[in-house]
Write a new protein. Structure first.
Lengths: 228, 228
DNA sequence: ATTGTCATATCGTTGAACGATTCTTATGTT
DNA sequence: AACATAAGAATCGTTCAACGATATGACAAT
């Protein structure tokens, strides 16, 4: 092997940049942000015509974007009626937390031989949350919290699980808007995340798992209550 | 509650049938079967025109179907090049088994308060596999095996996890076609599934988990080897 | 063998069209 | 006033035709 071997490797890594996004995917990304930010009230109907004229894309392209978001469960598609921003029920929230408890705790249990990158992401998330909290940006504290738990799943080292968790957390965000006081909701979890991280770094996965389980149970109770 | 309460419940159960499938979803179902059955060689390109003319649907509708299957990872979409039947790499197989080990084992650990229905599905799957094996239908033995593991995940009682597992198993099926001898591959797992079920029914979730872990490790090794 | 050029086949996206389904509103009946 | 009904409007589902953008393969030039 001459020098091209290494170069080829680096090139291959950047290969994904080449597969840039189609218009439909860009539109989906825009709408995804709006939905996650809560700019569309859950239950809102997204008409093909109105959105299409605003974004200047054809109905066909827009429908492809809708299809993508429906698969992510951010929109629900009703035949001949159109797509609506998903409205989570208490049962949905309970199901989402069932997934989180199972996946996050199991990932934590495998933390001993986790990719180093995941650890770094955990630390970044905690630091980001502290920063945001110091500046009273409670929405960003929530976002950093999500990144923390995304990183917890990364401990398992599976890209498919990462992808799945991304979806679960995006869906869960729909329910956060039901909390009227963002600070009271997000702030307490900052310390709990920091504690969990500490136990992970101390190789005490059992203790970390206990804390995480308690965390999730509490969060679920709050959200289910708000969706009653 | 008068009699209408019960009737309303039954109606609600059939509600999903009313939200019947669009043409795109029907097309996706057809293609999904073909892919899973291995009628399309992995790597095959599915041209919009050829498939469209065969199935007599417009390109737009077909594209919606492609979009659905791409999301299920059965097809890969390359911009301006079209869609191709996914070709699993050894790394893909390893990742899929990482997911399975994490999710299935964790689900098993929660088997004590599992929905009764899941237990029934486990028994059905084992019985179905025995029947198929007795009649030398090795492909069906494989299918019943999948149903068994689908039912294992059902123990966790989360519809979202069920859905996720459905996808994982569908994707995994792509790799089964690489095994030249279906009988040698599928038959041994029949007994192992039966053993696992026995331990579950004996409330020995720890023992069941150990067997399951070994099962998955062996299966992964076989498949990764075949994809080397 | 490598590079440049060009024709061809597909894909990406648009816009228009029409039947089917749902929603709205007006009308009429009890 | 409450309810059923029917006509009309608004949308969605699907198809089709078209054109620019992109990728591929063949062929010529170096």
């Amino acid at each position: 092997m001459d020098g091209t071997g290494q170069a080829a490797e680096r090139l291959a890594a950047d290969r994904s940049l080449l597969g840039r996004a189609s218009t439909a995917e860009l539109v989906a990304a825009i709408l995804r942000d709006h939905i996650i930010e809560g700019l569309f009230e859950p239950g809102t109907r997204l008409s093909e015509e109105s959105i299409g004229t605003i974004l200047r894309v054809s109905r066909n392209t827009l429908r492809e974007a809708f299809r993508l978001l429906s698969h992510e469960r951010l929109l629900v598609h009703e035949l001949n009626r159109g797509v609506f921003v998903r409205r989570l029920t208490a049962a949905d929230v309970a199901d989402l937390y069932r997934v989180r408890r199972l996946v996050e705790c199991a990932a934590l249990r495998r933390a001993l031989d986790a990719p180093e990158q995941a650890l770094a992401h955990l630390r970044d998330a905690v630091r980001g949350a502290e920063q945001a909290a110091a500046e009273q940006r409670w929405g960003d504290v929530g976002t950093a919290n999500m990144r923390f738990h995304q990183a917890v799943v990364e401990l398992a080292g599976s890209s498919r699980l990462d992808e799945m968790m991304r979806q679960v957390l995006a869906e869960l965000r729909l329910s956060f808007h039901a909390m009227k006081n963002p600070r009271a909701f997000h702030e307490p979890y900052l310390n709990r995340n920091r504690d969990i991280l500490q136990l992970i770094e101390a190789k005490d996965t059992e203790g970390a798992e206990r804390l995480l389980e308690a965390y999730l149970t509490d969060a679920e109770r709050q959200l289910v209550h708000a969706h009653a």
